[in-house]
Design a protein. Structure first.
Length: 152
């Protein structure tokens, strides 16, 4: 799986996935579950690089004293919105407003998709940001349709 970054705006971000063949319904479901899970973790503030106490502790985590004060005093890092996944031929795409979530979130997504590609469905390219010349973006498609309705 090749990973490419294009023009990056965290508040208006398209993520593109190219497969070697047209994805089956099962493959679409796998992919969408990864993105949905990633988004929900982001919506709950899971990608906050200001509070990564366990990572910073190193390898010996026995009897780690987790400091809730540090956690409570870190700035919120929340994803805001996600559109429905769309497919055209061998391409899939989805729009995100990453909000204040940290770039750590993208590393986690890339790692998950890399493993998905190895074990379940080959992904040729992952493109983060920008536009696909062969599949123009209609500006009205940037409006999330599912998640906003359920946030009310």
């Amino acid at each position: 799986m090749q990973v490419q970054f294009r023009e990056f705006n965290p508040f208006d971000l398209w993520i593109w996935v190219e497969f070697n063949t047209v994805p089956s319904e099962r493959e679409k479901q796998y992919l969408e579950e990864v993105f949905d899970s990633w988004f929900f973790l982001g919506k709950l503030g899971g990608f906050n690089a200001e509070n990564i106490q366990v990572q910073e502790a190193g390898l010996d985590l026995s009897y780690l004293e987790y400091d809730m004060g540090v956690a409570d005093n870190s700035l919120m890092a929340l994803m805001h919105n996600m559109s429905e996944f769309e497919y055209e031929g061998t391409w899939g795409r989805c729009w995100f407003d990453l909000g204040t979530s940290d770039a750590l979130s993208l590393d986690i997504l890339i790692n998950a998709l890399k493993q998905l590609s190895k074990e379940f469905m080959p992904i040729e390219h992952l493109i983060i940001g920008g536009e696909n010349e062969d599949w123009p973006i209609d500006p009205s498609r940037r409006q999330p349709s599912f998640y906003d309705e359920h946030d009310s």
